[in-house]
Design a protein around this ligand. Structure first.
Ligand code: BES
Ligand code: MN
Ligand code: ZN
Length: 494
């Protein structure tokens, strides 16, 4: 999918399908609609009236035309003008592409409403177009509906086309990074193994000029990552530890640095605390944090942030076998603390603990981790919102700000000090689970024990990483949640 800026005005763009946002204001449908309607000889207004078209978000109306530059017009409900932000163009652009694909058209165009920030409009419209073109049909041997819409023009009034082409190119890179994360999450666990994730990381490093370090099972053991070893011990697939590094030109020891850490459980059966039917079917998605980190690292060189960026992924399977770890086992984490395993299904925090220690030992200034960590976070915030925790309110707010700019939904949760008592073990420094209540928070508190004094934020993405209900620009399955937030974060001051 390619997004471009047309050289002609919106009313003159030659396209098989011209999508026009329509506002639901008392005074009329908006200046953009009026201009296009006039070019179409008043046809659109007439049909919109006849059909009783309500310009609410999610509503659309297709109008065929015999003359005028466009062969079809797609009226897209945009709600109230005063409430409309460029962010909304992501969904509208996706709806335009979906309609074009459904009708086997090769291209479409979208009018960006007047009076909005032009760069932001192009950014979100591009995201919508590239994300809407995503399909996962690698394993389909029939009924493959190829996408036909390969080009979308975004008509923006009176703007610097050169600069906007660059905005579109960047947004395309970002959306492709999200689509990479989706592919990794959607891939069956037989294919997306720890070994495969390590290969993907090496491919990213080669293509983007990053440093790469892959630790195999013996190197992991040598590093003292006994929690990662323990979780992976029930599987025939060996664990891997992935470390990618981006360095801006001229970086030295004083260049600020950040580590992105992603949970990479390529299948979570729960271990001996095995998951029941109904809870295990989607657990190939338990590497969505890793996918978000790899996606962000795929785009990092193109975005060229001024930070040294480390992408870190501890990855293994959590299975049952004669060699699997057991409830009651005690292991020493990489940072020396002993952990009593009280539930083998609380494995994400274990592999992350060793990865967070590794990141802290690199001497980074900031750490963000992303993990499909707890069902409790979904109980607290619902299926679309990530829980945001951390040890520094200022940095937590920076992550929240990045998510807001990215259009991803996150909400802060407290790491209530009193809950730490729940992690007391009679025989070890701590155990890996608390009591029933506050499960997302005790998981966060557990992680906080492994970051030393590094400024750290934690995103529990168990809900938004995967969806059963598709929306325009978000297909069923892996969503790629987190990639855009990370790229926004790297783009700003942390
Ligand atoms: N991977 C799961 C969390 C999860 C659940 C992600 C549903 C996505 C959807 C995690 O490893 C897990 O099993 N967590 C347990 C923790 C409990 C044992 C303390 C949970 O949430 O039940
Ligand atoms: Mn689990
Ligand atoms: Zn898990």
């Amino acid at each position: 999918m390619r997004v471009a800026l047309p050289t002609s005005r919106a009313t003159e763009v030659e396209t098989p399908l011209l999508a026009v946002p329509v506002f639901a204001d008392e005074g009329g449908r908006g200046a953009d609609f009026d201009a296009v309607d006039q070019a179409a000889g008043g046809l659109l207004g007439r049909i919109a009236d006849e059909e009783g078209f309500k310009a609410e978000p999610g509503k659309s109306l297709l109008v065929h035309a015999n003359d005028g530059p466009a062969q079809r017009y797609l009226l897209l409900g945009a709600g109230k003008r005063a409430e409309f932000a460029p962010k909304e163009l992501r969904g509208l652009a996706a709806a335009a592409c979906d309609e074009a694909n459904a009708r086997h058209l090769t291209g479409c165009a979208l009018v960006a409403p007047e009076g909005l920030d032009a760069a932001a409009s192009v950014h979100f419209a591009t995201l919508g177009a590239v994300l809407a073109s995503y399909r996962y049909h690698k394993y389909l041997t029939r009924d493959v509906e190829a996408t036909t819409c390969e080009r979308m023009l975004v008509a923006v009034a009176g703007a610097d086309a050169k600069a906007l082409e660059r905005v579109a190119a960047r947004a395309t890179r970002a959306a492709e990074a999200v689509n990479l994360a989706r592919d990794l999450v959607n891939g069956p666990p037989r294919e997306i193994t720890p070994t495969r994730l390590a290969e993907v990381a090496s491919e990213i490093a080669a293509a983007e000029g990053l440093e790469v370090r892959i630790l195999d099972e013996s190197a992991i053991a040598e590093q003292g990552m006994n929690l990662l070893t323990a979780v992976g011990s029930g599987s025939d697939e060996p664990p891997r530890f992935i470390h990618l590094t981006w360095r801006p030109e001229g970086a030295d020891a004083n260049t600020p640095s950040i580590a992105l850490v992603g949970k990479g459980i390529t299948f979570d059966a729960g271990g001996y605390n095995i998951k029941p039917t109904g809870s295990m079917e989607d657990m190939k998605m338990d590497m969505a944090g890793a996918a978000a980190v790899l996606g962000a690292m795929k785009a990092v060189a193109a975005f060229a942030p001024k930070y040294v960026v480390h992408g870190i992924v501890p990855t293994c399977e959590n299975l049952v076998s004669g060699s699997a770890y057991k409830p009651g086992d005690v292991f020493h984490a990489k940072n020396g603390k002993s952990v009593e395993i009280m539930n083998t299904d609380a494995e994400g925090r274990l592999v992350l603990a060793d990865a967070l220690t590794y990141a802290a030992e690199l001497g980074v200034g900031r750490i963000v981790d992303l993990a499909t960590l707890t069902g409790a976070c979904m109980v607290a915030l619902g299926p679309h919102t990530a829980g945001l925790m951390g040890n520094d309110d200022g940095f937590r707010d920076k992550v929240a700000g990045a998510a807001a700019r990215a259009g991803e939904d996150v909400w802060p949760l407290p790491l209530t000090k009193k809950l730490k008592a729940m992690l007391k073990s009679p025989i070890a420094d701590m155990k890996n689970v608390g009591e029933r209540w506050g499960g997302a928070l005790t998981a966060g508190i557990f992680l906080s024990e492994f970051v030393g004094d590094v400024t750290w934020a934690h995103l529990d993405i168990a809900g938004p990483a995967y969806t059963e209900k598709p929306e325009p620009s978000v297909a069923k399955g892996g969503t790629g949640f987190g990639v855009l937030t990370l790229l926004e974060l790297l783009d700003g001051e942390v």
